[in-house]
Structures are given as C-alpha cells and as structure tokens.
Design a protein around this ligand. Sequence first.
Ligand SMILES: [Zn+2]
Ligand SMILES: [Zn+2]
Length: 250
Amino acid sequence: MFREAGKAIARVADAVADFAYPRICPICKGKSDRARRCICWNCVAELKRHAFAGTPCSICGSPIDARLIDGLCASCRRSRPHFDMARSALAYDAEARNVVHDFKYRRQTWLSADMADILEGCARASFNLDEVDCIIPVPLHPVKFVSRTYNQSAILAASLAKRVGARYSGQILRREKDTPTQTHLGAGGRKKNVAGAFGVAYPEEVRSRTLLVIDDVMTTGATLDEVAKALKKEGAWRVWALTLCRASVV
Ligand SMILES: [Zn+2]
Ligand SMILES: [Zn+2]
C-alpha cells in the first residue's frame, strides 16, 4: 500500500515539475513525452548508433572488414593503443553534437540522465561489467574545472557507476597539464597535445585492476590512449574505455 501511495506521489510530483519546467527535447525542440527525460521518444529512436553494422575492431571498435583475420583496424595495427578495448554509443553527428554541447558548454546538466541511459546500454552490451573494479572519468585540469564548474565526463561516469552497481572514483586520475582544446587538431597534433597530461594519484587503486574510463567524445583516441598509458604505467591490468560519442577524425 505504501508503495502504491509512493508511486502516486511521484506521479503528482512529476506532473507538477512538468508544468513548472516543461522538458524540452534538445533535438527537435518539442515537449518531451518521456517521463523524467528530455530527449523525446522519436528523437531517441533516431539517434544514430556508432557503426556496429560492420565488424568492430577488437580494440578501438571502429568498423573493419570482417575478412581481416587479426580483427584489428589499420590504425590499431600500426600503433597498438594502451587501452585494451574502447567502445562508443553514438555517432557524433549534428544531433549528438548539439546535445553534447548543451550538456558540456551550456550548463544543461539535466541532460545527464538521458545521456546516462544511452551510455548504460552501450556499457552493458560491450563489457562484462562484473569484472570492472572502478569506473573513472577523464579528468579536467583544475583550472578548467574552476571556469566550467563541472566535469561532464565525471557526471556521466558517476551516473553509470550507480546504475550498474560499480565503484566510482573521480580522484584516482589527475590531469596534470592544462592542455588547450584539440577540436581543430589532426591526429598528430592531438597526440602531442595530450602527451604526459595525466598522472595517477592513488597507484594502489590501479595496480592489477580493471578500470573503465568514461569520456563524452572519442575522436582519434589520443586522450584515452594517454589516460590508459598513465594507468598501465602504474600496473593497471586492463583499461577499458567507453564514450558517449565517436567522432570521425578531422
Ligand atoms: Zn525530440
Ligand atoms: Zn582499431
């Protein structure tokens, strides 16, 4: 009986909140028809998944020719990343970019529940989460954190950890270099830009562990590679990476 009463109260609270603050879908700008979420059902259905139609590279997840016997893309074959596996939920098309920018730069942190839904689906489909010792975000440099006031990747990582019952830590990894934005850099420039940018604050939390690193967007994988390099240097057993979106290289 208490449970039914609780549900009824929650429904009334939702209706009041909807009336006071209508949830507007960040993609079609219409009123969302999903309870406690902003992206409407229609737009959820139309979000483009990261290309899994082909065979994914066993390391980075990029689509490859299924006939390749080593299961690796040309990039991973040329230079093996430090992470063991990386997967992404969505292709970084115009719709996804707009939502990520609303969340990341326009302070629309209420979009985090929508994004965590999408991330959770990809996490459960791609990794054996029982083997993950800790979920960690790609950290922001303290200077950037002060100006932005929140780390979008930390919000996503904490939310994912709660949903899947895993441990979360935003303290294990540190960003030691305040690197300039790499939006307009190519693969070589990105690699140089993040070289030596990360350090491990608590090596005992990393040694012999399996860590799942969360970020919003992966482009060349240079940032995640550098993160994995720092974690592996401290003896991490496996580093897996999961991002909301996968962008193509500029
Ligand atoms: Zn919509
Ligand atoms: Zn690859």
